[in-house]
Design a protein around this ligand. Structure first.
Ligand SMILES: [Zn+2]
Ligand SMILES: [Zn+2]
Length: 347
């Protein structure tokens, strides 16, 4: 077995370098993974641009799929050779107040993958067993990767939303998250309205399963939602407070606007719009590993899949730049030499 592995690390903000790192044994309650694929996510910018406090150098990447090749002491329930995934949440501690209350997402000792420890832009990664997701055989490693963050985030928010089958659910923004959210919403039995700017996206939105397409550059999306009876849920996958505010009046009484797009802009809604109709604005942060399992199983059962571009690990810097420029359609997945799948160099 090789004693070193290739990784693409960020040595200081904005600077990627390809390095060889020694293969280490996993510590207690950790596993070592031979990484096959890793999705490139907008949240990787938290590492690459140093938005989080980072101990440099750091390997980004939190949509990781690979096979376990070593178990640390105390690991139970996972076996060598098993294909697993790692998402943004690195694994809960099991003993803090939030864990003891069953709220694993908000564990006080949770570390973020690719931020406090090295992530999946690499051929090998060490991960905490409590953060692992199991990958169904029906999903390819490249197909599964984006479901571990973009998929889990949208699936979890919709699954926990108050909408019932037949209710109107709107998805704002048809990008990396939104193109998955439309598919999940359709497969969960909702009436689905997709909202985006321009008429170009209409056909794609319908193909993904939207019953309605609302061009927010040509019409007031809130008024259109009200003409359809008002949305029970608006899933905001676009970032920016304006996006939330613009559509908020499209909620029916008791409806909720769930914000998934991170940005510095404040969200301005009037107290009148909140109070008269008991409407809510809330945020939702990814999901637990068990919901990750459910996301992947649901995707395999219903055929929900991310539209991806696969590129070799060595091109991580170019892939990241392409994603940040908003050119990815819709998720880029890095593929390592451990994967049986194909990848093509970026042009
Ligand atoms: Zn992510
Ligand atoms: Zn905890």
């Amino acid at each position: 077995m090789n004693t070193t592995y290739k990784a693409i690390e960020v040595s200081r903000p904005g600077v990627f370098s390809e390095v060889k790192k020694p293969v280490l044994d996993p510590g207690p309650n950790q596993v070592r993974i031979r990484v096959e694929t890793c999705g490139v996510c907008h949240s990787d910018s938290g590492t690459v641009e140093g938005l989080f406090p980072i101990n440099w150098p750091r390997v980004p990447g939190h949509e990781v799929v690979g096979r376990i090749d070593a178990l640390g002491s105390g690991v139970q329930g996972w076996v060598i050779g098993q294909r697993v995934g790692v998402g943004f949440l690195g694994g809960s501690c099991g003993y803090c107040e939030f864990c003891r209350n069953g709220d694993l997402v908000n564990c006080r000792n949770q570390q973020y993958t690719g931020i406090q420890h090295d992530g999946g832009y690499a051929e090998v990664m060490i991960a905490k067993a409590s953060g692992l997701v199991s990958i169904p055989d029906d999903l390819s490693s490249a197909g599964a990767a984006p479901l571990l963050c973009a998929g889990l985030t949208t699936f979890n928010a919709l699954r926990n939303a108050p909408a019932k089958a037949g209710d109107l659910v709107a998805v704002l923004g048809i990008g990396g998250l939104g193109h998955l959210a439309v598919q999940y919403a359709r497969q969960m039995g909702f009436e689905v309205a997709a909202i985006s700017r321009g008429s170009d996206t209409a056909e794609l939105a319908k193909k993904l399963g939207a019953h309605h397409y609302i061009d927010s550059s040509a019409t007031d999306p809130a008024a259109v939602l009200q003409s359809l009876g008002g949305a029970k849920v608006i899933l905001v996958t676009a970032s920016g407070g304006k996006a939330v505010a613009e559509t908020f009046k499209g909620l029916r009484p008791g409806g909720v606007s769930i914000d998934l797009g991170v940005g510095p802009e404040p969200i301005e809604v009037t107290s009148v719009d909140l109070i008269f109709g008991n409407r809510k604005v809330e945020g939702s942060l990814t999901g637990t590993p068990a919901t990750g399992d459910a996301t992947l199983r649901f995707s395999a059962l219903t055929g929900v899949s991310a539209m991806i571009e696969t590129v070799p690990l060595e091109e991580a810097a170019a892939a990241y730049a392409r994603m940040m420029a908003g050119k990815a359609r819709f998720r880029i997945v890095l593929v390592t030499k451990n994967s049986a799948g194909q990848s093509a160099p970026l042009k």
